[in-house]
Design a protein around this ligand. Structure first.
Ligand code: ADP
Ligand code: ZN
Ligand code: ZN
Length: 738
């Protein structure tokens, strides 16, 4: 028997091998084999089997089976093939992204003992029949929560929880079991309770509409639009319960699991150990193990970030993509440069499943698909309960006194409102979308801005270490005493990042307890959770952070949100800059007044007339869509076209340019597309490599036009390869334009 094999390489080539007689029975398409490759052995995936070889040369024999049973369902395999074709990436590379190649069969996560109170336990507790104080404390703690609690965490209630629990188990008051411990992005077993809810009538309408489709077991894609705090999570959680009751499974994609702890927590609470988490902080071994469990059907819900879309769950019934507009669903590098949101629709179709994209601020693409009825739009237009949307006030920073540093950062209105909030013992969230201390170092005489030598971006001052950091290559440089261009000593810091804002806010409100949340403060495992817990317990008055704090957070006592500088993303060389600015302001405003207390948001800007800032501060989403769509239509940008980008990079600028021209010309000569470029990319250099790009817009209605040209005319061999020292990458439906 002969097989075609694809390897996780940057090559579209497939290879022929012979299968030794003793392995014949085990080899099928999708099986993962070990095969000689050059001088090494490599792991590859079987694409097809045949009795004859269609290869004329000598065929080598495979060495063995690496993993017998990838057991991809047909729908998943089809989806992976689609990704390979659509994102112009060899299937082997797609598979490498989709499966953790360490199918570690020997790894088993450590077990730990967990306890849960029994019915009998609840009864004796209420009758006060237990005498030993340590036992009472443990029972009371267990009675507070629904989930099993790790016994070791009960140390706070008694000095030897294991022996106390053992005695309680002997009496039948608690049950002890073992659980596998997989790194949680945060500790799920906190005593913070999750409430069971009954849907409101608005929520129930949406629920019923979607449930009808679920019951039909046909592909049906929804766009669930709901203002922040309207209960979207509660609705899809209830739907998930129904899907699972019917014996099917559910995938929930969130932009970044540690940023949306509430979603994961709610699912854990509802489905217990049927939930698998899939996130970037898991180790390879943990991923391998989880994947094996998934294959065996041990989990029926997966909550995870982008790559959870590849989870080999059995019998997929529903996919939810929460915050569908988020750019983190798009993988930039390495290939496949897939968008998990778009893939979810393809997988849903292949699996006859229901797909729900949710957001308060859907992307223009999804909004437009809603208009075209390609997504069925369902709405939750009010906040749950009595909560109303916050009042928003737009502050023109040009009218503030510009002499002092403080007044550049905090407007008079924001200062007064923070003061009021603090007096009322309410909490504040401040958004500053740049980390670091001062943004840049600039020369007053010649205007020179300190740049990274290897990347053409400005360096950011970081107080920790007193150094200038490049946010692309993480290169750290000493702070210059004189201008690197003209030698003047008139160098000063301009602009402000989160660290600078923190200092100014602390100076202004010396009594306030301030906590900063940005990449620098959450790097450590569990740090996210600690910060959020402190906010929840009101051990913090002001939470200050980057866009990390704009989403998902739901704190009862937060009544004021301040956007320090609404303009910071506005002037990015990216046609989506306005859309992103709108979404960010709209989302962060939604953190205020989510429950009984009314909220307010203050948006500080130097561009109050900018249409995106203006519509965001009016919370006028309809106007935003109308204007943004007409802008896009005028310039034929997505959603009115498809836009892909070819990126050329290398050490030698002129070879990069030359190769870029050559490839772009080849495409142009086909007469089927009008490539834009090549031109230097907005960030012309990263880590010493020069970068050029060519943008290709194609008609929205012919999704495969570019593919036909590439597969048919240009050929795929050029991609991911290095030609004359130049690397060429293609990004279909590109999001990053930098
Ligand atoms: P969204 O995801 O739309 O921002 P959430 O689902 O997080 O909204 O709901 C916002 C808040 O309102 C949460 O604290 C949630 O528990 C609460 N909530 C929503 N719907 C209900 C309901 N039907 N009953 C009780 N609480 C609800
Ligand atoms: Zn750099
Ligand atoms: Zn200078």
């Amino acid at each position: 028997m002969y097989i075609r094999v694809t390897f996780p390489l940057s090559s579209f080539k497939t290879f022929s091998y012979e299968v030794p007689a003793n392995l014949k029975k085990q080899v099928n398409p999708g099986v993962c084999v070990k095969a000689p490759f050059g001088k090494q052995e490599r792991i590859g995936f079987v694409l097809s089997c045949s009795e004859k070889s269609n290869y004329s040369g000598e065929t080598k024999k495979i060495v063995g089976i690496h993993e017998q049973d990838l057991s991809f369902s047909e729908e998943l395999w089809k989806t992976l093939e689609w990704i390979s074709h659509y994102y112009i990436t060899p299937l082997g590379k797609v598979l490498k992204t989709a499966v953790p190649l360490s199918f570690n069969n020997t790894y088993h996560p450590p077990k730990e003992k967990v306890a849960v109170i029994t019915e009998a336990g609840i009864a004796v507790l209420s009758e006060s029949k237990i005498k030993a104080p340590a036992q009472i404390r443990v029972m009371e703690a267990l009675n507070q929560v629904y989930e099993p609690i790790t016994i070791s965490s009960l140390k706070v209630f008694c000095s030897s929880p294991h022996s106390v629990c053992k005695r309680l188990e002997e009496k039948g008051f608690i049950k002890i079991t073992e659980q596998s411990r997989i790194t949680d992005p945060f500790d799920f077993y906190t005593t913070e309770s999750v409430k069971d809810v009954a849907l409101s009538s608005d929520q129930d309408d949406v629920y019923q509409t979607i449930l009808k489709s679920i019951n039909k077991q046909k592909y049906s894609p929804f766009l669930l639009k709901g203002v922040t705090g309207s209960g979207k999570t509660e609705v899809y959680l209830k739907l998930a319960q129904e899907v699972i009751k019917s014996g099917k499974s559910v995938l929930v994609l969130v932009p970044e699991i540690s940023l949306t702890p509430q979603v994961a927590k709610k699912f854990r609470h509802t489905f217990g150990d049927k939930v698998a988490l899939w996130h970037s902080r898991m180790t390879k071994a943990e991923k391998g193990w989880t994947w094996q469990q998934l294959k065996q059907g041990k989990f029926s819900v997966v909550v995870g970030a982008r790559s959870a879309i590849f989870a080999p769950v059995k019998n997929l019934g529903m996919i939810v993509v929460d915050e569908e507009q988020e750019s983190s669903f798009k993988q930039e590098s390495p290939a496949p440069r897939y968008n998990a949101r778009d893939v979810s629709l393809v997988r849903g179709k292949n699996a006859n499943a229901t797909v729900i994209l949710t957001s308060a601020t859907p992307s223009l693409e999804s909004h437009y698909n809603g208009l075209l009825n390609r997504l069925k739009v369902v709405n939750l237009s009010k906040r749950y309960g009595t909560a109303v949307y916050p009042k928003v006030s737009l502050v023109d920073m040009k009218n503030e006194f510009s002499e002092s540093e403080t007044s550049n950062i905090l407007s008079r209105e924001l200062i007064i409102d923070i003061q009021n909030c603090l007096e009322k013992k309410e909490q504040v969230i401040l958004l500053k979308n740049r980390r670091g201390f001062s943004l840049i170092q600039q020369c007053r005489s010649c205007g020179y801005i300190a740049l990274c030598k290897r990347c053409s971006v400005s360096l950011t001052y970081h107080r920790a270490g007193n150094q200038m950091m490049c946010h692309y290559c993480r290169d750290a440089n000493p702070v210059a005493q004189v201008c690197g261009e003209c030698g003047s000593e008139e160098v000063h810091f301009a602009g402000a990042g989160t660290q600078k804002v923190e200092e100014v806010v602390q100076d202004t409100f010396p009594q306030a307890r301030i906590l900063r949340m940005d990449i620098d403060t959450v790097r450590k495992r569990g740090a996210h959770n600690k910060i959020l817990e402190k906010v929840a317990k009101h051990e913090v008055d002001i939470l200050l952070g980057t866009q990390m704090i704009a989403k998902g957070l739901d704190f009862e006592n937060v009544t004021l949100v301040g956007v320090i500088n609404a303009d910071s993303g506005l002037f990015f060389p990216d046609f989506r800059a306005g859309e992103r600015t709108f979404q960010l302001i709209y989302q962060v405003a939604g953190r205020a007044g989510r429950h009984k207390k009314p909220g307010k948001a203050i948006v500080q800007t130097y561009n109050p007339d900018d249409i995106y800032i203006h519509t965001a501060s009016q919370l006028d989403i309809q106007k935003f869509y109308n204007i943004a769509l007409s802008h896009r239509q005028e310039l034929q940008y997505p959603p009115f076209s498809r836009l892909s980008r070819i990126l050329f990079s290398g050490n030698n600028r002129s070879s990069v340019q030359q190769v870029a021209f050559q490839i772009t010309d080849d495409l142009r000569k086909t007469g089927k597309v009008k490539p834009i470029g090549p031109s230097p990319a907005p960030i012309e250099r990263i880590q010493g490599k020069w970068r050029f790009h060519t943008i290709i817009k194609t008609d929205r209605k012919s999704p495969f036009l570019l593919h036909n040209l590439i597969y048919g005319v240009l050929g795929t061999d050029v991609f991911e390869q290095t030609i004359k020292g130049v690397r060429i990458q293609i990004d279909v439906d590109a999001i990053s334009m930098l």
